[in-house]
Ligand binder design. Structure first.
Ligand SMILES: Nc1ncnc2c1ncn2[C@@H]1O[C@H](COP(=O)(O)OP(=O)(O)O)[C@@H](O)[C@H]1O
Ligand SMILES: [Mg+2]
Length: 458
């Protein structure tokens, strides 16, 4: 039911309009009197009232300009105004106001609203002042319906608990990049930093340990491919290790990119992990002296290339490993822990993809040390909980191929939408034709062998 109460702003508008009507009426009377009696005083009164109207109009315009941050452009100000109007109306209709007594009767006081836009009006934040009366109700507020084409991505309480913050984005925004050829993809890569990887234009992260979760067919392997291809394109001699017990796409691409560092049998995977840790140990010894001088430095400061161990369908590996003796299982756990705990500084990273990240499949302490967490596609609530932890809100939408949500400390503390590029070309064929050896990946085998290997496997 719509409220009959008025807000302070309604009262202000009403008073201003009444004042203008009064001024115009006096002016009309003065003009009539002047035409009848030709007394100059009437013209003077008309002019004075006009000046009064003008200063009021200018004053209100200036107020509007400042309030809607007109210095950022008229488009910004108009958008700011219309969005604030909509949010105010929504809050009012939903009863988010406090009634205050005044000489004009009961006036509805809406909470303070602060709106800001970023990135050419494609992203923004709405801050609504928290109030003890609405505190819990704000949590369930579905603001998106009030925001025209904008959609709320995450909503949370500010650290001081004084504001409810709603981060929104333009739903017309095409997050997902479509690459029609490998060359197009390579060209785009030039924009991304040496030690960074992109998911989409708005989600660019430093290279780090990563966990990718999602049902079969949600695009996990392609997400890994997208990251692998970026590394391959960086031109430095990255070292990529591939473990894929299913022996599917990842193994094929691994055999092509680094045949001596690709495994699908349990024993081979364990050996590969050992090799990875040995290399990490060597790097550690090499840079240890430098690290002692500057404990905040890491592999990037010494121009060391990243080394990544890619585990596609990690749960399969763990399930098979369960049949092995405890010593072997403990050994694997200790190798994985070493990588996740020590790898960052040395530039040794673990990327894990799996359908569900339950603690029975991925030990909690390893999961907690994988800072980049991504859930691909539409997942069950339990999957979000086991990946991101309890009490997180997932932006509601129908996630398409390559789309999902991610968290990364500092950049996305709460799950944010992301969209891996869509590859409209055959990845294997493209790499083969482009000649992966030109990219500088340290495959450890002669050029000819690499290309033949890829051809044979495909
Ligand atoms: N980013 C993408 N670009 C093009 N096709 C994709 C993309 N992601 C997924 N696909 C298609 O969906 C299929 C399943 O994706 P895949 O990565 O194998 O899923 P998962 O590893 O989660 O089972 C792929 O074989 C591919 O045809
Ligand atoms: Mg897969």
């Amino acid at each position: 039911m719509k409220s009959k109460h008025r807000t302070y702003r309604d009262v202000f508008s009403l008073v201003t309009i009444s004042l203008f009507i009064l001024c115009l009426s006096i002016q009309s009377i003065c003009i009539v009197l002047y035409t009848l009696f030709s007394i100059n005083l009437f013209i003077k009164i008309t002019m004075s009232i006009f000046l009064f109207e003008l200063s009021i109009t200018l004053g209100i315009s200036l107020l509007w300009f400042v309030k809607n941050e007109g210095t950022k452009g008229i488009k910004y100000a108009l958008k700011h105004f219309s969005l604030e109007y909509r949010v105010r109306r929504y809050l009012f209709d939903a009863g988010f106001y406090i009634l205050r007594e005044s000489i004009l009767g009961e006036i509805a006081e809406l909470p303070k609203i602060d709106i800001s836009f970023e990135n050419n009006l494609t992203f923004g934040k709405i801050k609504i002042n928290n109030n003890v009366k609405f505190d819990k109700k704000f949590e369930t507020l579905r603001l998106s319906s009030a925001l025209e084409r904008y959609v709320v991505e995450i909503q949370y309480l500010s650290l001081d608990q004084n504001w409810y913050i709603f981060e929104f984005y333009d739903s017309n925004l095409m997050r997902q990049r479509v690459f029609n050829s490998y060359v197009e993809f390579q060209n785009y890569n030039k924009k991304i930093g040496k030690y960074e990887l992109f998911i989409d234009d708005y989600s660019i992260l430093p290279i780090h340990h990563a966990l990718i979760v999602g049902q079969t067919g949600s695009g996990k392997t392609y997400a890994l491919f997208s990251l692998v291809l970026q590394l391959v394109n960086k031109g430095s001699t990255v070292s990529l290790y591939f473990a894929d017990t299913k022996g599917a796409g990842t193994k094929v691409i691994g055999k092509f990119i680094s045949p001596d560092k690709t495994a699908s049998e349990i024993e081979d995977i364990i050996q590969l992990l050992e090799k990875f840790c040995e290399c990490m140990e060597k790097t550690k010894q090499e840079i240890e002296l430098h690290l002692m001088n500057d404990i905040d430095s890491d592999y990037r400061d010494f121009n060391i290339s990243p080394n990544i161990f890619i585990f596609d369908e990690f749960a399969d590996f763990i399930l098979v490993l369960k049949a092995y003796d405890k010593k072997t299982r403990d050994h694997v756990q200790s190798l994985l822990s070493r990588i996740t705990l020590q790898g960052r500084q040395m530039g040794y990273f673990l990327w894990v993809s799996m359908q569900k990240s339950d603690s029975t499949l991925l030990p909690t302490f390893i999961r907690e040390n994988l800072p980049v967490k991504i859930v691909m596609g539409n997942a069950e609530n339990m999957t979000y909980v086991t990946t991101f932890g309890t009490g997180v809100d997932i932006p509601k939408r129908n996630y398409q191929l390559g789309q999902g949500v991610y968290t990364y400390p500092q950049i996305a503390a709460f799950p944010k939408i992301c969209s891996f590029s869509y590859f409209n070309f055959n990845i294997m064929e493209a790499i083969r034709n482009a000649g992966i050896v030109n990219t500088g990946v340290n495959t450890g085998v002669p050029e000819k062998e690499v290309i033949q290997n890829g051809t044979n496997k495909d």
